[in-house]
Design a protein around this ligand. Structure first.
Ligand code: NAD
Length: 477
């Protein structure tokens, strides 16, 4: 029975109701979380405010950094335990679950060292004036976290917010709470004061909505679907609360005929297979220069037939999807592809060891997907790669930019001039040349344009979003 974490204490929800925790590999219920409501959010926001006004606002950046570093070490010591929790809760293969825990270590480590490097400016102004700027924390920050990378997303938003001097109220996805509740316990051990980090579980439309509307919340960061991002922004707009939104993508992998194909292939596969395709930055569209299209699809098809989904403990290429509705969503996209005459190049398999009650999807490579088809426009959030051919650079740019999203793009070419031209012309928050994802990179600012959202998380840049700039003008005669 997993409880809310408020004021450094494990507490029941006001409703006393619970929600089931389901193992995606089997469909079995193995634990419960609290079904909280607005009263629990109110208690968490009060605890956070009390902490902020009482002690946290007076801590120095160096003190906060030391606490974060201590927490980073504790997470490292408990990485296997956290990975095991995540493996069962989210169905992640062992290696992915461990990578997530280690990424959390890095986020806390990075922000532990970054907070005391954040400073304002002095500005030359009129004679007799000195003008300076300070970067001040917002105060109480709200964080709505999705289920696909709970630890990583918690690390990047909560790590940055704390380092910048804020306190946090976190609403994890109802499908993935357990690892974060354990991290909150480790934060108590690290010495974070009561109220500094609070976690309230429950449904988005109940708890997430209450957090977005709460007048005591000074900033909201949200990662999830565009639909909910809109709701969050609308709720926050009522009281002019600033919002950072990370809403997913339809990442193009753009491969020119001069690319190093041996180098590109493993990246192309991993970018859609990692976390069973449930990744906002997934490379879910494959754009290939026409002369390379058939040979590349042949090699890629071969690789896809070798891919295996199966129980997380087997550490295969993919685990199950997070929940039944996500599996049905992926099946729906594939059924529509078939109905619309979109050909499948190759499909991997679900291992025989996988329980028939688990939420598995076989990785699938589709070809000649029309640019305006749902499969080329919407996030499937499953292991489905849509391939299409292009004729030249202009054509590639047109297709790459022809979705509502703009989060991450990959370009594969040996031509140095083209590398820069493409980086400039593709509309995305991150463009990778001859790689994809750069290994995660906590140091690299991340976020989107268009419907992928706004604001930046990760890297030093995130600290600007978790602070407000104050200008002080002193007239000294
Ligand atoms: P979602 O947007 O519904 O959920 C994300 C978070 O928002 C969860 O914590 C959820 O509880 C909360 N939430 C839901 N409704 C809310 C509301 N009305 N007010 C406040 N918070 C609310 O995403 P999902 O249902 O988990 O997945 C649906 C689709 O969203 C996926 O198929 C995928 O396309 C996309 N998605 C994107 C990301 C990403 O990293 N960008 C992550 C998860 C899901």
């Amino acid at each position: 029975m997993a409880l809310n974490h408020i004021h450094n204490t494990a507490v029941r929800s006001a409703s006393g109701q619970t929600l089931p925790v389901i193992d995606p590999a089997t469909g079995e219920v193995y634990d419960t979380i609290e079904r909280s409501n607005a009263a629990d959010i109110d208690a968490a926001v009060r605890a956070a405010r009390e902490c902020y006004e009482g002690t946290w606002a007076r801590t120095t950046a160096a003190e906060r950094g030391r606490l974060l570093m201590k927490l980073s070490r504790l997470v490292a010591e408990h990485a296997d335990e956290l990975a095991a929790i995540e493996q069962r809760d989210c169905g992640k293969p062992v290696a992915q679950a461990k990578a997530d825990a280690l990424a959390l270590v890095r986020y806390f480590e990075f922000y532990a060292g970054a907070g005391d490097k954040l400073h304002g400016d002095t500005i030359p102004y009129l004679d007799g004036y000195s003008v300076l700027t300070w970067r001040e924390p917002h105060g109480v920050t709200g964080h709505v976290v999705p289920w696909n990378y709970p630890m990583q997303i918690f690390g990047r938003c909560v790590g940055g917010a704390l380092a910048a001097g804020n306190v946090c109220v976190v609403k994890p996805s109802e499908d993935a709470c357990l690892s974060l509740l354990r991290v909150a316990e480790l934060a108590v051990e690290a010495g974070f004061p009561a109220g500094c980090i609070n976690i309230v579980t429950g449904y988005g439309h109940e708890v997430g909505d209450a957090l977005a509307r709460h007048p005591g919340v000074d900033h909201i960061s949200f990662t999830g679907s565009p639909r909910v991002g809109t709701l969050i922004q609308q709720a926050a707009a009522e009281r002019h609360c600033p919002v950072t939104l990370e809403l997913g993508g339809k990442g193009p992998q753009i491969v020119f005929a001069d690319a190093d194909i041996d180098a590109a292939l493993p990246f192309i596969v991993n970018a859609i297979v990692q976390n069973s395709g449930q990744t906002c930055s997934a490379g879910s569209r494959l754009l290939v220069e026409r002369s390379l299209y058939e040979p590349l699809l042949e090699r890629l098809g071969q690789r896809f037939t070798e891919l295996r989904a199966g129980p997380p403990a087997m550490n295969l290429d993919l685990g199950p999807l997070i929940r039944q509705s996500q599996m049905e969503r992926v099946q729906g996209f594939l059924a529509q592809a078939e109905a619309d005459g979109i050909a499948t190049v190759a499909q991997g398999r679900v291992a025989p060891e996988a329980a028939s009650t688990g939420y598995y999807a076989a990785p699938t490579l589709l070809r000649d997907v029309p640019v305006d088809h749902r499969l080329a426009q919407e996030e499937v959030f499953g292991p489905v790669l849509s391939a299409m051919a292009f004729d030249d650079e202009d054509h590639a740019v047109r297709i790459a930019n022809a979705t509502p999203f703009g989060l991450v793009a990959g370009v594969w070419t040996r031509d140095g001039g083209r590398q820069f031209r493409m980086a400039k012309r593709v509309r995305a928050g991150q463009v990778f040349i001859n790689n994809y994802g750069a290994g995660g990179g906590v140091e690299l600012p991340f976020g989107g344009v268009k419907s992928s959202g706004h604001g930046r998380e990760k890297g030093f840049e995130a600290l600007y979003g978790f602070t407000v700039l104050k200008t002080i003008a002193i007239k000294h005669g």
